[in-house]
Design a protein around this ligand. Structure first.
Ligand SMILES: [Zn+2]
Length: 285
């Protein structure tokens, strides 16, 4: 991972991996069961999960974290006391299967890209950064028990696309030159166009690791049009939702066909946004 992401990210990668156990599900467990057993599911509030429970049960891997938030009566502020992390792998995980190694690389990549400034408190909002994803929670304090409620999530599509692209690059550079991602195909293709057309690979990795996403957004928009990133971001979120829908319809050929059609309909708008170049962009550093 250090070879691929670069020496300047080495310390973050090592610290992140040291902070996080990697667990494989028992025979009769799925990823959701594992998260529940290890205390990563807030059973009091199902609305906190944007990836629905059925998607988690089907999943082959996960990176999850949970903060311990407290309310300090003296300063009247919420604070993050500690963070627990987990990388979970499905019960069919095998070390000698290239696709399973790819799952592990994918989840470890989410972990290392979230380590810096993973949680931040702003008044009574909790901001959770997972790579490029931003989750916003509302914090409430009752009898010294702090609870969180999900208000908003953004940029899941662009995170899964760029992370899957990294998975594919790492696998094809170091394990199997023919490796291709199997899930999230369209958001990965969009991420590839984003990094290739605009040459933004390092900027995206810097924003993943150093939590300075605005630098990347500004640079991208300066090469494209003013609000191009924001439109791409929303379109990739919609595309990712369709990719989840496709997984859910895997065993229903009629619905699967519909999902394929809906995904195909996103190709043209994605291509259009990704080919919006500012005519002076070559002159911008
Ligand atoms: Zn992922």
């Amino acid at each position: 991972m250090i070879l691929y992401y670069g020496e300047d990210k080495a310390e973050i990668i090592l610290n992140a991996i040291q902070s996080c156990p990697i667990m494989i599900c028992n025979n009769n467990e799925n990823i959701y069961d594992l998260l529940l057993k290890e205390g990563f599911v807030d059973t009091s509030n199902n609305d906190n999960y944007s990836v629905n429970i059925e998607d988690l049960k089907r999943s082959s891997g996960v990176y999850a974290s949970i903060p311990e938030a407290i309310y300090d009566d003296e300063s009247n502020e919420y604070m993050i006391k500690s963070i627990r992390r987990i990388v979970g792998l499905s019960n069919y995980f095998k070390y000698d299967d290239i696709n399973h190694i790819a799952n592990l690389i994918h989840e470890l990549s989410h972990l290392v890209k979230s380590y810096v400034d993973e949680y931040k408190v702003i008044d009574d909002n909790l901001i959770n950064r997972n790579g490029l994803i931003v989750y916003t929670y509302k914090l409430t304090n009752e009898d010294n028990v702090v609870s969180m409620k999900l208000l908003d999530e953004k940029s899941v599509g662009i995170e899964e696309g760029t992370n899957s692209l990294d998975e594919e690059n790492i696998m094809s550079n170091y394990f199997d030159s023919n490796y291709e991602v199997r899930g999230y195909v369209l958001v990965t293709a969009a991420a590839r166009a984003l990094t290739d057309n605009f040459n933004l690979k390092k900027d995206i990795h810097d924003s993943h690791f150093f939590a300075n996403k605005n630098n990347f957004i500004e640079k991208y928009n300066s090469m494209s049009t003013d609000d191009s990133y924001q439109r791409l971001d929303m379109l990739m979120d919609e595309t990712l939702r369709l990719e989840y829908e496709k997984f859910a319809n895997a065993f229903n050929s009629e619905k699967l066909q519909e999902s394929h059609q809906k995904l195909n309909d996103k190709i043209e708008p994605l291509r259009n946004i990704l080919s919006e170049f500012n005519k002076d962009y070559q002159n911008i550093k």
